[in-house]
Design a protein around this ligand. Structure first.
Ligand SMILES: [Zn+2]
Length: 162
């Protein structure tokens, strides 16, 4: 197998700590993870994230991470198109067949495979309310896939959840 864009650049560090004044540079993922957990401090929260270490930015991802990121991008794109197609089709039940938006919203909430779908629907009808027939094709739906991004490994921090 020849070198590809997924391979890490040889001789370059894996990640840098992004904590002000820290300056820690890690050659490997393990070193970064160790630094992050050794700097773990309580966040003061009693639920959710209760402690977190220094956060960092991955500058030279491992092959595994780079492939993961690319596949994640494909998944995001596919999901975004699917969600868009879904809300367009559902909206047609309102615009062409007169089903009320409230009725559709109830159904969307119970059918949607994840919150992204119903959030996209809510955004869509909010936009339609504002300016009725403005087809905004460039709006690719910010905020789609927040859950997918949580563990992106390119911006990381060790965290402990309650
Ligand atoms: Zn640090």
């Amino acid at each position: 197998m020849s070198a590809s864009r997924f391979d890490p650049k040889p001789g370059e560090p894996y990640a840098r700590c992004s904590e002000d004044g820290c300056g820690f540079v890690a050659d490997t993922k393990e070193q970064m993870s160790e630094h992050s957990s050794s700097t773990m401090k309580p966040t003061g929260q009693t639920s959710g994230v209760t402690a977190s270490g220094h956060s960092y930015r991955v500058e030279n991802p491992s092959r595994e991470d780079a492939i993961w990121r690319e596949v994640m991008r494909e998944a995001d794109d596919a999901l975004e198109s699917a969600v868009q197609e879904f809300v367009d089709s559902v909206y047609r039940l309102h615009s062409r067949e007169g089903v009320s938006l409230d009725e559709l919203t109830v159904a969307v909430k119970s059918v949607a495979p994840s919150s992204e779908w119903s959030e996209a629907w809510a955004e869509y009808i909010a936009d339609e309310d504002e300016d009725d027939d403005d087809e905004d094709e460039t709006d690719t739906g910010d905020g789609l896939g927040p859950q997918l991004h949580q563990d992106t490994a390119l911006f990381g921090t060790e965290a402990v959840s309650a």
